[in-house]
Design a protein around this ligand. Structure first.
Ligand code: HEC
Ligand code: HEC
Length: 209
């Protein structure tokens, strides 16, 4: 009596396991279909695309992706008319439901892409000096620090990092009073004297890859 019961149970578990497996697979492929449009701007496997100005996403941790999607949704980021990239991205973030917001993080997390190559060179020695101040929050290898909400910078395209630093300096990002992380970073960007200093520090970050 016991053995057949056991077999029936096991068979049941296998069938359930099978169903569960295909349910998860179906869910993932639905997620893939639903968010494939992100790659239209952000490139295949979310590797970034300089032509559309959409950065690499595949290396970014969930907590930072969520912070930024919320920054766009709160209207902290992508609201200045001169911030062309942000203006394109904000409606994409706004269109996500709460459920989709969770799912899109899994979608981004499922992608892998190569580290982007340098697109410009600058004074690395000067960049290294400047980066000492950044390392306090972003980490010595620019790996990021969740406790401080400071994202990884290593692995992001140099052209994108440069644009963000210029935007922080110009007040196109991080100037909303409620955007505490943006405010923090804006104050740090102000310490970079000019565009040359931005180029130097970004070239140094790129060299850490
Ligand atoms: C129409 C083009 C377009 C589409 C579609 C698009 N994005 Fe973007 N996204 C951009 C641009 C451009 C930027 C850079 C904004 C800037 O320069 O501040 C960006 C920035 C981002 C950022 C900020 C990254 C960072 O390092 O701070 C995240 C996160 C993001 N997008 C996620 C997504 C996700 C997820 C999707 C799909 C649901 C998506 N995007 C669809 C154009 C797009
Ligand atoms: C006091 C802590 C702190 C310091 C110091 C700091 N940052 Fe940041 N940085 C942050 C935080 C927090 C964010 C996230 C801002 C947000 O959520 O919009 C950030 C965001 C950034 C971004 C945007 C990344 C992206 O994916 O869009 C860049 C680029 C950046 N920092 C570069 C630097 C550089 C270069 C320095 C040194 C000159 C520096 N940071 C110093 C805290 C800091």
């Amino acid at each position: 009596m016991k053995l057949p019961n056991y077999i029936a149970l096991l068979a049941g578990a296998l069938v359930m396991g099978g169903n569960l497996h295909s349910a998860v697979a179906a869910d993932l492929s639905q997620t893939e279909e639903r968010f494939v449009y992100c790659t239209v701007c952000h490139g295949s496997n979310l590797k970034g695309n300089e032509d559309t100005g959409a950065p690499r996403l595949s290396h970014l941790p969930e907590w930072y992706l969520l912070n930024q999607l919320n920054a766009f949704r709160h209207g902290w980021r992508g609201v200045h008319m001169q911030d062309e990239g942000g203006i394109e991205m904000r409606p994409m973030a706004e269109a996500l439901s709460e459920d989709e917001l969770k799912k899109v993080l899994a979608f981004v997390g499922s992608k892998a892409s190569d580290i982007p190559k340098a697109t410009f060179s600058a004074d690395l020695a000067h960049g290294k000096q400047l980066f000492a101040a950044c390392a306090a929050c972003h980490g010595a290898s620019a790996q990021g620090n969740q406790a401080l909400n400071a994202p990884p910078l290593a692995g992001s395209s140099d052209w994108y990092l440069k644009r963000q630093l210029m935007h922080f300096k110009q007040g196109l990002r991080g100037d909303d009073g409620a955007d505490m992380n943006g405010n923090t970073m804006r104050a740090s960007a102000a310490l970079l004297a000019d565009e040359q200093a931005v180029d130097d520090v970004v070239a140094y970050i790129q060299s850490l890859n």
